[in-house]
Design a protein around this ligand. Structure first.
Ligand code: ADP
Ligand code: MG
Length: 281
């Protein structure tokens, strides 16, 4: 059986939010976002995330996934409603919330080591150089980049660049790691490797993860809960799927489980039938 909170989906106005009873850590409370040009991107978004949860977010391109997570990172603000962490309203970006983008955002003229060091130095200016070096080295090792520490971004592969971005984000020890389609530009094998590494790191450190992806298998493999968004304008959370597979997860084992296909088909049906991209066209 698929464990989901069903909504009324006949009209968007009637979409109800999933009821969530877990211990609140990150709370997205009745968030609306209207851009200055009048575009109503999001309406009535509610989500409560527990500390240490791994949430994946899917929805069609342009539905408002980045808009939503930008309000968690603090780059953008809700027009109505609030986003809070431990009851405190998010008003600006901060080192407790680190973001990893698809485009890596590395300084190309700096080495791998320096790219991470600069972030560590900015957030922990009072630590000694030895301590900062140790933090950088620890996190480069975590993503298997010790050997590449002296290389510059143009000299390394896309997968390695994304490992640098992840190491840089984690080196700050954020409470929340926000990943906006981080593996979207990578080939399938590199992507699977990075998913495994990310899960291992998350298992060891248990920060809260919010990850946007357009890959349903990625979303299912990684998540505790999969958040599915409706289309914009006035997009909202349509349904939230609980992903019940035990951890640590084994991809092959998981994909042999008939429940995996139930969940996969359910998500596909949501995206390509119930909320097909052209439904309003
Ligand atoms: P997603 O990440 O799901 O692909 P976005 O959150 O980037 O979608 O965008 C959601 C919608 O809001 C899109 O229609 C996009 O064109 C619009 N949008 C994003 N940023 C702005 C902005 N600064 N001003 C006006 N509209 C915007
Ligand atoms: Mg986006």
């Amino acid at each position: 059986m698929i464990n989901t909170t069903k909504n009324q989906t006949d009209t968007k106005a009637k979409v109800q939010q999933p009821i969530d009873r877990r211990q609140p850590f990150l709370v997205i409370d009745n968030v609306h976002k209207v851009y200055p040009n009048g575009y109503r991107a999001l309406e009535n978004v509610n989500l409560t995330v527990a500390e240490g949860e791994f949430i994946t977010l899917i929805g069609h391109s342009g539905c408002g996934k980045s808009t939503l997570l930008n309000m968690v990172s603090g780059f953008s603000h809700p027009s109505e409603g609030s986003v809070t962490i431990n009851g405190e309203k998010i008003t600006k970006p901060g080192p407790d919330r680190m973001v990893v983008f698809q485009g890596y955002a590395l300084l190309p003229w700096r080495t791998v080591f320096e790219n991470v060091y600069i972030a560590v130095n900015a957030v922990f200016p009072d630590k000694s150089k030895v301590e900062k070096n140790a933090i950088v080295n620890e996190h480069l090792a975590m993503v298997g980049l010790t050997e590449a520490a002296e290389k510059r971004p143009p000299q390394i592969s896309g997968g390695m660049k994304q490992r640098v971005s992840i190491a840089r984000a984690l080196a700050i020890r954020p409470k929340v790691l926000i990943l906006d389609e981080p593996f979207g530009a990578l080939d399938a094998i590199t992507k699977e490797e990075l998913q495994e590494e990310l899960l291992k790191i998350w298992n060891d450190h248990r920060c809260t993860v919010l990850m946007i992806t357009h890959d349903i298998d990625e979303a299912l493999f990684l998540a505790d809960r999969l958040v599915m968004m409706t289309n914009g304008p006035s997009a909202t959370i349509g349904e939230v799927l609980e992903i019940p597979f035990p951890r640590p997860r084994d991809r092959v084992q998981m994909m042999e489980d008939p429940e995996y296909y139930n969940l996969r088909n359910y998500a596909l049906d949501f995206l390509f039938h119930r909320f097909a991209h052209d439904e309003d066209a």
